[in-house]
Structures are given as C-alpha cells and as structure tokens.
Design a protein around this ligand. Structure first.
Ligand SMILES: Nc1nc(=O)c2c([nH]1)NC[C@@H]1CN(c3ccc(C(=O)N[C@@H](CCC(=O)O)C(=O)O)cc3)C=[N+]21
Length: 299
C-alpha cells in the first residue's frame, strides 16, 4: 500500500479540543455558553444515532445542547413554531434540523425558516450565496471538514486540479466553492458526466460524494493524488450475520495503491462533520455577540 491514511478521527479530536478551548474562554471572559439546538422529526433509527452523537459531543465541548423531538406526523406549522422559538432564543446560537424529514415536510422550506445566522448546517440560500460570493457566512459541516483535512494534508492547493463527484447543495456545490477559494481548478462531475473515469484521472485532489459504494476504482485515481471519500453506504456485513458495515464511494484497497493520501470509511470525513458542527456553533455564537471569531475553525 502506497498511500498514507488520513486519520479523520484523530484530526476531529483536535478540532473538538480547539472548540472546547474557545468555549471555556467564552464562558470565562464573557459569561457566554454557546448553545446548539437539534431538531429531530420522527423516529428514524439512523437519525436517532446521529442526534445522540451530536448531543454527546456538544456537551463534551462544554456547550449547551437543546434536543427537540417532534412526532413523525408533526405539521409544518408545529415545526415552524418550534424553529421560530429557537430563532428568538438568545441561548441558542446554532440550529440544525436533522435530515431526512418525513415526506410531508419540505427540507428547503424548513431550512428557509431557520435564521441564516443560526444555520450551522450552512444550507440556507443566504449562506450558499455568501459562500459563492466569497463573503463570510456559515459553511456546510462536511465540506468544511474536508477543507480542514485538505489544508492539513496538501497545504497550498493553488493551481491543483480538483474534481468533486456529486453536485448536491449539502455537499458538492459548497465543496467546489471552497476548493475554488483555495485557487484550485475545479471540476464538478455528476451522474451525467461523460467518461467519469478519465475526468477523475486528471484530479490532484479527488473528492467523492456520490453515495454509491466503492464506485471509484483504482485506475480512476491519478498516481500521487489526494483522495477524500465522503460516501457512507451501510451494507449487511459480509462475515457477521445481522451486523452492518460502512463502505465509502472509493474502492479503498485499490485506490490506496495509487494515491499519495486517502481518507478511510469509517474514521475519515464522518467524524469531521460533527466536529465542524461544533465549530460552526462557536463561530455563530461569537458573531452573535460581536466577539472575534475563532481562528482555524472557519473557511
Ligand atoms: N441537517 C443535517 N445535517 C447533517 O450534517 C446530517 C444530516 N442532517 N443527516 C444525516 C447526515 C449524516 N451525517 C453524518 C455525521 C457523522 C458521521 C460519522 O461520524 N461517521 C463515522 C461513523 C459512524 C458509524 O459508525 O455509524 C465515520 O465515518 O467514521 C456520519 C454522517 C450528518 N448528516
């Protein structure tokens, strides 16, 4: 195996430590405790696990965590009333509504209801627009986490060819904007891209976020490239009956023979997502109180 493995779990721990340091300082010097509200509609088991992890990490960083669970049949009116209440609450600096929401609710409308200055998912039209304009907003947690890993791994990205596979508002588009800000030459590839393998082979930085397990093969990777795997597909475990296993979008064994560095799944990008959620909450808290925002935790 040629590539070095990027330890996202360890890196995320350092980000969470930085966050905890800022939180302690905010409490000590300003008597302010950053607060994160997480809203969960319905009883999706995977979502329950994520929300529990977010709560645990928020509390561990010294922040206030407010969990709000609504029944699966909650109306838009009920959900909006809760969001309005959180928007108005000065103890709440960040609001996240866990996705997916039940079918009768519309994610875009939910996001639009959240005050953009508290939108720690960075999903609102305002925050997407600020990012695209090169202005300060809140940046979607997973792309922000990937940026932090890349800055650490690659350093100066100026002039490098970056290929992002996936064009979602949640990941692909903001990731491409961040890489452009780093002066990469950016290509956004997607399901209609012709000869995807050839496009990927030009990438010095390859970021895969398609949601198809092990789609990116070793011969799609340019020798020496840095590969960031954002995919998380849960499949039945091949050896342990009744258990599941996580797979990324990249065929790890193959790609690791060719790349210079690669993120594993699990233990790569995933842990960075929650760390960046905490980072965004501290950033939002500092801005809300007119305080200097932390260095190294923003785009
Ligand atoms: N409004 C909203 N914002 C989100 O950011 C959001 C969401 N909804 N809905 C669901 C997805 C998914 N997501 C993950 C967070 C952490 C890991 C993570 O920590 N993964 C670990 C492993 C976890 C495991 O073993 O199951 C890893 O990759 O090493 C993964 C995925 C945030 N999401």
């Amino acid at each position: 195996m040629a590539a070095s493995i990027i330890d996202g779990k360890a890196f995320a721990a350092t980000v969470r430590e930085k966050v905890a340091g800022h939180v302690a300082r905010l409490k000590e010097e300003n008597d302010i405790t950053p607060g994160l509200a997480v809203v969960l509609v319905g009883e999706d088991p995977a979502s329950e696990v994520y929300v529990a992890a977010k709560h645990k990490n928020t509390v561990a960083a010294g922040m206030a965590s407010f969990e709000h669970k609504l029944p699966a049949d909650a109306s838009e009116e009920e959900l909006f009333a809760l969001i309005d209440q959180l928007n108005a609450d000065p103890k709440v600096h960040g609001i996240l509504c866990q996705f997916p929401v039940p079918d009768h609710l519309n994610e875009r409308r939910v996001v639009a209801r959240i005050d953009p200055s508290k939108d720690v998912d960075g999903l609102s039209v305002v925050n997407a627009g600020l990012l695209a304009s090169g202005e300060k907003g809140l940046v979607s947690c997973t792309p922000l986490g990937c940026l932090m890993l890349l800055r650490d791994q690659v350093g100066n990205m100026s002039g490098k060819n970056a290929v992002v596979i996936g064009r979602s508002n949640l990941f692909g588009k903001p990731m491409a904007q961040l890489l452009l800000q780093e002066s990469c030459t950016v290509t956004i590839a997607h399901s209609r891209t012709q000869d995807l393998a050839a496009v990927c082979r030009r990438a010095d930085i390859l970021v895969a976020a398609v949601g198809r397990a092990e789609m990116v093969k070793g011969d799609w990777v340019k020798p020496g490239a840095t590969v960031i795997d954002v995919g998380i597909s849960r499949i039945p475990h091949p050896e342990k009956p009744g258990k599941t296993k996580l797979l990324g979008d990249v065929d790890f064994a193959e790609a690791a023979e060719v790349a210079s560095a690669i993120t594993p799944v699990p233990g790569g990008v995933g842990p960075m997502t929650i760390a960046c959620l905490l980072a965004n909450t501290v950033t939002a808290c500092c801005r809300a109180n007119g305080l200097t925002e932390p260095e190294g935790l923003t785009a």
